[in-house]
Write a protein that binds this ligand. Structure first.
Ligand code: DCC
Length: 226
């Protein structure tokens, strides 16, 4: 991937410049992320007194300073995953080293279906008792993108259409399934849904991904650029 300018003039780091970390370090960071997820929910649910909240805030700030003692500019990557896809360890959806990711565990199944298993806790609440619709949109976007990368043409989300059929519960195992429906040149169309326990569909989505011109190999002809 070449270096490109994003809107606003910021230069996007090249994939080959990323730090590639091994399984041992990834597992250690995943453990840290899991503890931080617990911490995040504890912050939302705690009923301890104000002196205790102040003391914990001070300790958390000290822990953050320890991690910042040595830090990179960009999140790390891991070795190729299934179907030759680069594993984004810090994805906000599937990244097990990212505390804000549920994380969704992904399997590429036969027949081109990309399946994700996940549970969302109270941190992701939207309407009282249910998951925020923006969170399910985030999960569906990523899973649709993975389906495009695995069974079509990898690209950026150009369109994402959501249909919320019924509220999505939190605290229970959820499944998301995505698959490519068709490809047209640089465009890949995909569909996905979220299933609650019992198999009821809560959210459906369709999306179109467009492979950006900067991702095309050098020397790609004009007809293939459409
Ligand atoms: C590390 C491994 C990870 C592996 C997998 C990781 C999965 C990640 C999943 C998460 C994905 C994201 O969140 S991505 C982040 C959110 N998305 C973005 O930021 C995208 C921002 N938009 C863009 O950068 C751009 O608009 C693109 C790349 C989408 C398209 O730009 P372009 O390449 O210049 O496209 P352009 O020539 O104008 O159009 C090409 C064709 O697409 C159509 N087209 C383009 N955009 C649209 C649109 N919004 N709605 C309808 N149609 C559109 C055009 O009409 C045309 O059709 P025709 O005339 O040829 O018929």
């Amino acid at each position: 991937m070449t270096e490109v300018e994003a809107a606003g003039g910021r230069t996007i780091g090249r994939l080959e410049d990323r730090r590639w970390i091994g399984e041992e370090r990834a597992a250690q960071l995943a453990e840290l992320a899991a503890r931080v997820r617990e911490l995040t929910e504890a912050v939302v649910l705690t009923e301890v007194d104000s002196a205790e909240i102040a003391a914990v805030a001070e300790q958390v700030a000290a822990l953050t300073a320890r991690l910042n003692a040595a830090r990179d500019q960009y999140p790390p990557m891991a070795a190729e995953g299934t179907n030759g896809m680069v594993r984004q360890l810090a994805s906000p959806v599937t990244g097990r080293i990212n505390p804000i990711a549920p994380p969704v565990t992904v399997t590429v199944c036969e027949g081109g279906v990309v399946r994700g298993e996940f549970t969302l806790n109270t941190v992701y609440e939207g309407p009282p008792g249910f998951v925020h619709g923006g969170v399910t949109a985030l999960v569906l976007d990523q899973m649709l993108g993975l389906a495009a990368a695995s069974g079509g043409v990898p690209g950026l989300t150009a369109t994402l259409d959501m249909c919320y059929r019924r509220p999505t519960p939190y605290g229970v195992p959820l499944t998301v399934e995505a698959r490519v429906t068709r490809t047209e040149g640089r465009k890949t169309f995909a569909e996905a849904h979220v299933l609650a326990p019992g198999g009821k569909v809560t959210v459906e989505a369709t999306a179109m991904f467009v492979r950006p011109l900067f991702q095309l190999p050098q020397g790609t002809g004009a007809s293939e650029r459409n």
